[in-house]
Ligand binder design. Structure first.
Ligand code: SF4
Ligand code: SF4
Length: 194
């Protein structure tokens, strides 16, 4: 396989993006010395085109676009193994969170945009119903993703086994859940939360 060359220039290096990641995550990317301990312990590294240490290296080189165009950040399971193993206190799990947030704000262009859609619908359901409503999640996901028949045959099986409810009751404590969402929005406005 041919090695892909990376061209570094003022046009391709985006240091603003790196500064944003550092601010959001509260962690320096400059401290990374590329020892690879994070990637060696990451349970999801084999699924990523850029394992954790390479994500940090790409950030050091101002290649945020390249990271957001890939799927690695969406495979991260937030297990924090990388953060725990780093000998130089790089908080990679927080960096992954910050990258997902920036990808979310930019609305793509992730190769895993279905993950973003699923994320949005998941949160939307929690805010509207106070709990997950799997039937709606699946139906709206299929509609919005254009994959109308995805898992179509699975639905009746799950319903017959009582694993999927057709009708759904809202959580009694919906007001409290709404208060949590409102508080997070306030904190975001003040820059106190991602
Ligand atoms: S937090 Fe994410 S990147 Fe870090 S080890 Fe876990 S899965 Fe890998
Ligand atoms: S463990 Fe820390 S220093 Fe080593 S490559 Fe990963 S982020 Fe960099």
């Amino acid at each position: 396989m041919k090695n892909k060359l990376m061209h570094l220039s003022n046009e391709t290096i985006n240091l603003d993006f790196v500064n944003k990641v550092e601010k959001l995550s509260g962690s320096s990317v400059r401290r990374c010395m590329q020892c690879g301990k994070c990637s060696a312990g990451c349970p999801m590294a084999t699924f990523m085109e850029h394992p954790p240490n390479r994500i940090v290296r790409l950030l050091q080189l101002g290649q945020g676009k390249r990271i957001l165009a890939g799927r690695s950040i969406w495979y991260c399971a937030s297990c924090e193994t990388c953060t725990t193993r780093c000998p130089n206190t790089v908080n990679l799990a927080a960096i992954m969170d910050a990258l997902r947030k920036l990808s979310w704000d930019a609305d793509g262009p992730s190769k895993e945009s279905y993950v973003q859609l699923a994320n949005r619908l998941f949160i939307e359901n929690i805010r509207t119903y106070g709990r997950q409503y799997e039937m709606r999640l699946g139906a709206v996901f299929n509609l919005r993703s254009g994959r109308l028949l995805k898992d179509f045959l699975l639905g009746p099986k799950l319903i017959s086994r009582g694993k999927l409810k057709v009708f759904h009751q809202k959580n009694r404590n919906l007001d409290e859940i709404e208060a949590i969402f409102s508080r997070i929005e306030e904190m975001r406005k003040k820059g106190e939360a991602l």
